[in-house]
Each structure stands twice: as C-alpha cells, then as structure tokens.
Write a protein that binds this ligand. Structure first.
Ligand SMILES: CC(C)(COP(=O)(O)OP(=O)(O)OC[C@H]1O[C@@H](n2cnc3c(N)ncnc32)[C@H](O)[C@@H]1OP(=O)(O)O)[C@@H](O)C(=O)NCCC(=O)NCCS
Length: 193
C-alpha cells in the first residue's frame, strides 16, 4: 500500500472514550488560521519544547503553503471548526534514516484525557506501515512523562536517554529521550537475512 491509498481513508471519524466523535484528516492549505489558533491555545510552558515558533502566524502560514505530505504529514483532529489534536509523521526521503519515521503529537488542553493522543498516534502508525517504513521514533525531553506514557501504551520503548543534553527555548537543560517502535513483523524480519 502507498501513502496515497492510506490517505484515501480520510476524512475519518475517530470516536473517543467519552463518546465524542472527531474528524481526522491531513492538513490542507486553508487550515492556517485554525492551526494557528490550536497552537496559541497550548499552555506557554509547553511551547518552550516545540522546535518552531508556532505562535507566529507566518510560521504556520508558511507550513500550509508548502504542504508535502510525503515529508511532513500533520494529521489533524477536528471538533467542528476547531482543531483539537495533531499528530505528525516526518519522513526522510533519503539517507541513513529513510526507513525511520518520526512522530510527534499535541492535544488541545480542553480535549485531553479522552484517548485522543492514543487514537491519533495509532492512525499515524497505520499510515507509516502503509508507507513501508520499518521503524518509528519519537523524541522527548525528560519531563514529558505523560507523552512518553502515551507512546509506551502504543508499544514504543525507550531507546536512549542522554542526561542534561538538550536546552528548551529558555536555555534550560533537560534530559533527551528517544523512544522507538519496530514496524516489521516477525515474518518480515525472518525474510531479511
Ligand atoms: C501528552 C499528550 C499528547 C496526551 O494527550 P491525551 O489526548 O490527553 O492523551 P490520551 O488521553 O490519549 O492518553 C492515553 C494514556 O496516556 C497516559 N497519559 C496521557 N497524558 C498523561 C499525563 N499528562 N500524565 C500521565 N499519563 C498520561 C494515560 O495513561 C492515558 O490513559 P488514561 O487516561 O486511561 O490514564 C498531551 O498532554 C499534550 O499535548 N501534551 C503536550 C505536548 C507533548 O508533550 N507532546 C509529546 C511530544 S511528541
């Protein structure tokens, strides 16, 4: 299966634990205002850990103007006109890490604790398999215990932890944690020898 055929499934309804139904679909060019509103709704301390200045409208507008889902696939969850969660699959199209996708996830503060992050990461894992990726990774700073728990529930495990290795946007040092998930089945491993 290809990325294109995997994306044919969207928009797709995801039903959360409390019964709320959200619509999941990839980012589209006209989403920039809603996407910017999503980021400014995040608590300021969490923004310190995001690698881009997402509260600046131009940053989000530029993303929406240059969508390349084969490289960066933001899967958005919508509740009506509001984006309530986003899980992104980043792919390297060449080089040493071309078989490894990177996943990140953020959920709107008012929509947490309902299984939305778990549902979105699960969708991205399925899409990654459809793209024939062999592994997924996710990066964290040492204080993101809740997020690491979400990924752990999906089957990711800690690959490495480097003490006091990264700095947030206020130059405060944190541990760096890399988690990973193997997407190959046992049969596929057996066939690789
Ligand atoms: C981490 C985050 C994505 C979780 O979103 P969410 O939709 O609330 O997560 P879910 O409801 O799917 O959680 C699934 C399980 O993960 C665990 N979990 C989630 N958030 C947790 C937290 N803050 N602390 C402890 N455990 C947590 C729980 O076991 C939860 O199951 P439960 O509710 O039955 O106990 C959200 O809090 C967020 O956006 N945080 C800021 C961004 C971030 O840290 N992203 C990760 C970088 S890749």
């Amino acid at each position: 299966m290809s990325l294109e055929s995997a994306l044919d499934e969207y928009p797709k309804e995801l039903r959360l634990r409390d019964g709320l139904a959200v619509q999941a679909r990839p980012l589209e060019p006209d989403d920039h205002a809603a996407f910017h509103r999503f980021f400014i709704a995040l608590p300021p301390p969490e923004l310190l850990y995001i690698k881009h200045r997402v509260t600046e409208p131009d940053v989000v507008r530029t993303w929406c103007e240059s969508i390349d889902l084969g490289r960066n696939l933001p899967l958005l969850a919508w509740n009506g006109e509001t984006i309530v969660g986003v899980c992104t699959l980043h792919q390297n199209l060449g080089g040493w890490k071309r078989h490894i996708g990177r996943v990140s996830v953020h959920v709107h503060p008012q929509f947490r604790g309902r299984g939305l992050a778990q549902a979105l990461v699960g969708e991205i894992v399925d899409i990654a398999r459809a793209c024939s990726l062999e592994k997924l990774e996710a990066e964290f700073i040492g204080t993101q215990d809740g997020a690491m728990k979400v990924f752990g529930l999906i089957g990711f495990s800690e690959l490495t932890r480097l003490p006091a290795y990264v700095k947030d946007m206020q130059a405060i040092t944190h541990d760096y944690v890399l988690m990973g998930l193997d997407l190959l089945t046992d049969d596929e491993f057996a066939g690789m020898g």
